[in-house]
Design a binder for this molecule. Structure first.
Ligand code: GDP
Ligand code: MG
Length: 270
């Protein structure tokens, strides 16, 4: 039992979930005629599904009638811009009308990167020059979207460290200007997390959530060596909806989150 717990903690699932799983296993009668590893895997799978099934939110990708301004947030390099491209592709396939807002005006390359995604999946983009006010770009994008009956504005933002106060203020301002057009905006605030960052992501959720409440999570880079145990720790601690998982750099490498699928792959790779 201790070995299992230790292994779970090493897989990033966190102390709380690990000791809970250990507890469940210790109270179950294990049939000696059955394969012990298989029995434990089954318990683990059931635990993950019961914890994470309520966090599924596949309706995020369905066809919408009204405007959804979606703010994409997260620290540098986690995959915000890439995820916007992939999300846009699924939304568009489902019949939504999408416009991107290039509100990462910090680097010219960031604007260009989002433009490339807009071209790739054939959607429109509102942009400005490097160094311009990211909030005014978002304002214009939401305004355009309403005028022209778009269903989604996906707002890219500059990667900000949650401990840099002025950058976080700027982030808050982006959300606030969209409210001037629609008091319910931003309708979604998705925090993008990198699976390879380990326990650090808990802190990122904590800090971003304080500024603008997060409505959903996307975990990227699960195609690498990261096992995704950290998503279990997050589910346990924050109970935030999990929208999708990033499984690569290409446009189709985004998997809509399903607890059972996640549980199966977590068990098979661990
Ligand atoms: P941003 O700074 O948060 O906007 O991050 P980017 O979207 O620019 O992504 C940073 C790097 O991570 C790029 O090289 C992406 O191709 C890569 N990336 C993003 N998502 C994934 C993913 O799910 N898997 C892998 N392997 N790479 C990813
Ligand atoms: Mg970016």
């Amino acid at each position: 039992l201790d070995k299992i717990e230790e292994f779970l903690i090493q897989s990033d699932v966190g102390i709380e979930a690990a000791s809970e799983i250990k507890e469940i296993i210790s109270t179950k009668k294990v049939d000696p005629s059955k394969d012990l590893a298989a029995e434990i895997n089954l318990i683990l799978k059931e635990y993950i599904i019961s914890l994470m099934k309520p966090l599924e939110n596949s309706s995020f990708f369905k066809k919408k009638e009204k405007l959804n301004a979606t703010l994409i947030s997260g620290v540098n390099g986690v995959g915000k811009t890439t995820s916007i491209g992939k999300i846009g592709k699924i939304l568009k396939t489902n019949g939504n009308k999408i416009i991107f807002s290039a509100s990462d005006t910090f680097r010219a390359a960031a604007i260009e990167q989002l433009e490339n995604w807009a071209k790739k999946i054939n959607v429109e983009i509102v942009k400005s020059t490097q160094g311009s006010d990211p909030a005014s770009v978002a304002y214009k994008a939401v305004e355009d979207a309403i005028k022209r009956n778009f269903t989604h504005v996906l707002i890219d933002t500059a990667g900000r460290l949650q401990n840099k106060k002025n950058l976080m203020e700027e982030y808050k301002k982006i959300a606030n200007v969209t409210k001037k057009i629609d008091p319910n905006a931003p309708h979604e605030v998705l925090l993008i997390l990198d699976a390879t960052s380990g326990q650090n992501v808990l802190n990122q959720v904590e800090e971003f959530n304080k500024i603008i409440p997060i409505t959903g999570l996307i975990m990227t880079k699960l195609d690498g060596t990261a096992k995704g145990g950290i998503l279990i720790a997050l589910a346990k601690k924050y109970k935030l909806p999990i929208i999708a998982l990033g499984l690569g750099e290409k446009e189709d490498d985004l998997q809509i989150f399903e607890a059972e699928k996640f549980a199966n792959s977590f068990i098979s790779i661990n």
